[in-house]
Design a protein around this ligand. Structure first.
Ligand SMILES: [Zn+2]
Ligand SMILES: [Zn+2]
Length: 238
């Protein structure tokens, strides 16, 4: 068995484990070794990912031995034997997608697509990562932080009335009008798994107060699923 322990490589991220899981599922129990083309291809792909600082990339970083070892880890989680080398991320990803190759392959597509359109933000807290992984979460955040989009949304809402949060309905009427609009943020309502459309339109965003936006993101992180604004209202607000 390939061994990579002791090289001090950075831990595998959720995105990386999801891609390894996709390969594991396609092997139907026949785990390939480091010389296998599919393993070499995934190794090359992972070595080109922006998830880790360049300095962390030693020659052993995500090399074919490391990828083959990760496939063995996933097998250990699958069969419940030899779990000592497995990580929390291995076990989490397995429990969420292990028995659903179709969902895994959709997520792998979302991750690859997201990496094409976004640079990962440095110092992004892993506790803010949605089920779809870090790259796709960045796409969501980058889309909704667009100043232009926010201006357009606010202007379109002001045309038909006062600003108010789509979730808690707060309108900030107790706050001075000069600074009131700073309470509100855009939240992109199209699920991350919808990757076709990159240009965000006003109809694709909800207007939320900063507090509700934070709560909705946290709900999606902890529940590991997507919530619409309506669902979040029912599940988390009484
Ligand atoms: Zn609110
Ligand atoms: Zn959001």
């Amino acid at each position: 068995m390939a061994v990579t322990k002791g090289h001090g490589n950075p831990r595998w991220t959720r995105d990386e484990v999801i891609l390894a899981l996709e390969l594991y599922q396609s092997c139907h129990g026949q785990i390939p070794g480091p010389a296998d083309d599919r393993v070499r291809k995934l190794s090359e792909e992972l070595r080109s990912f922006p998830h880790h600082a360049q300095a962390a990339r030693q020659p052993s970083f995500r090399n074919p031995d490391g990828v083959a070892f990760k496939l063995q880890n996933l097998r250990a989680v699958h069969i419940g034997v030899g779990l000592n080398n497995t990580s929390k991320t291995d076990r989490e990803v397995w429990s969420e997608f292990g028995l659903d190759p179709q969902l895994t392959s959709e997520l792998a597509g979302v991750i690859r697509h997201s990496l094409e359109v976004v640079d990962l933000l440095p110092n992004f807290d892993d506790e803010e990562v949605f089920a779809e992984g870090k790259a796709a979460t960045m796409v969501h955040i980058r889309r909704e932080r667009s100043a232009k989009l926010r201006k357009e949304l606010i202007a379109s809402r002001l045309k038909v009335g006062e600003l108010s949060c789509d979730l808690c309905k707060t309108d900030g009427s107790n706050v001075d009008l000069k600074i009131r609009e700073s309470m509100f943020e855009c939240h992109h309502v199209v699920p991350l798994s919808v990757t076709g459309e990159i240009k965000t339109k006003v109809k694709d965003v909800a207007l939320l107060c900063a507090s509700c936006h934070r709560l909705l993101h946290r709900a999606m992180v902890t529940s590991k699923r997507w919530f619409t604004v309506e669902e979040a209202k029912k599940c988390f607000f009484s």
